[in-house]
Design a protein around this ligand. Structure first.
Ligand SMILES: Cc1ncc(COP(=O)(O)O)c(C=O)c1O
Length: 327
């Protein structure tokens, strides 16, 4: 992703902490396209990034900048993947990492943090509880809080998703992008990248309709889209798509702004649907999706049923993480 370094915030390239993240493939899901009667269904496969998820992009940028700024200790609340990515990049940069994760997270997601030498704290509850603990640790120790959207650099790394999609598709963006949304970093970052590319005249024409997908177990952003206000007394349950279980996204207003500005929409998917979606795509396309990736496929099917997506459109799905990490 560092091919886009001039558009990223690191000033001295010696500070770049890279494990070769980015430039992930875009697959054409031909069998799925003909089954669903849509011209082009594409899938950007972020599972092959270092540490097995798209979180590598944001954390590569944030840890590079932390190194540039002389930060020695970072703390992160995480549903799992961001914690693994922080741990790996912090190890490479000789920065101490403290990772706070829900206790119910998969063993692989926990164990990788320990392998990279991070300090791992486990909490009862979802990521919002971990966020409170991170704030406390940051206040007590001076550790830099690298929570989603609370520092400015993870989003800069995730912008490279937008640059890459444009470059890989010959500067023709898809009509629709379906994004599995937790804290919303990738969504907001792609929108920022599209606007920067318009300013640079790298792209012209209409931007994609940005669609957010969440699990029925935790869908505050879908409810907010439907009613215009954040749900009162919101409660949530865990999800097999752990990255989507974010009950109180810090960037809720920005997420809504991107969806509305782009003319997009919001859709919930069920837990069982995500589980069976993983099997369908594995058997049909030979690709193992994370539950979050499967959510984008189920969202697509629902939107076709609602006649929201038309047969002559190009749709981009995201597999944001590796199936292997959810064991
Ligand atoms: C695999 C996966 N997909 C999607 C998300 C949600 O990402 P975002 O915070 O950009 O909405 C996460 C976040 O943890 C994740 O791990």
């Amino acid at each position: 992703m560092w091919r886009y370094a001039p558009l990223l915030p690191v000033l001295n390239e010696e500070n770049i902490v890279s494990l070769n993240e980015g430039w992930t493939p875009i697959h054409s899901l031909d069998k799925l396209s003909s089954q669903l009667g849509i011209r082009d269904i594409l899938l950007k496969d972020e599972s092959i990034n270092p540490t097995g998820s798209f979180k590598a992009r944001g954390l590569s940028a944030a840890i590079s900048k932390a190194k540039e700024l002389g930060i020695e200790h970072c703390v992160i609340p995480t549903a799992g993947n961001a914690g693994g990515a922080l741990s790996a990049y912090a190890a490479k940069a000789n920065i101490k990492a403290t990772v706070i994760m829900p206790k119910h997270t998969s063993e692989t997601l926990k164990e990788e943090c320990r392998m990279y030498g991070a300090e791992l704290l486990l909490m009862d509850g979802l990521i919002d509880v971990c966020g409170k603990k991170a704030r406390q640790i940051s206040a007590e120790t001076g550790a830099f809080d690298i929570s989603t959207m609370k520092e400015p650099y993870r989003i800069e790394g995730k912008k490279t998703l937008g640059f890459e999609i444009a470059e890989q598709l010959n500067w023709q963006l898809p009509d629709v992008i379906i994004y599995p949304t937790g804290g919303g970093t990738g969504l907001i970052a792609m929108w920022k990248a599209f606007q920067e590319m318009q300013e640079l005249t790298w792209i012209t024409g209409k931007l994609p309709r940005m669609i957010i997908v969440q699990s029925q177990n935790c869908n505050p952003m879908i409810q907010m889209f439907e009613t215009g206000i954040f749900p009162e007394n919101f409660t949530a349950e865990a999800s097999i798509a752990s990255g989507l279980a974010v009950p109180f996204p810090f960037a809720k207003d920005q997420i809504q702004q991107v969806v509305r500005e782009s003319g997009g929409t919001a859709i919930s998917v069920g837990e069982k649907e995500m589980a069976s979606g993983m099997e369908t795509i594995a058997r049909m396309e030979g690709l193992l999706l994370s539950p979050e990736g499967s959510a984008t496929y189920i969202g697509l099917k629902k939107l076709i049923e609602k006649d929201y997506i038309k047969e002559d459109e190009t749709v981009l799905l995201f597999n944001t993480g590796s199936w292997y990490k959810y064991r």
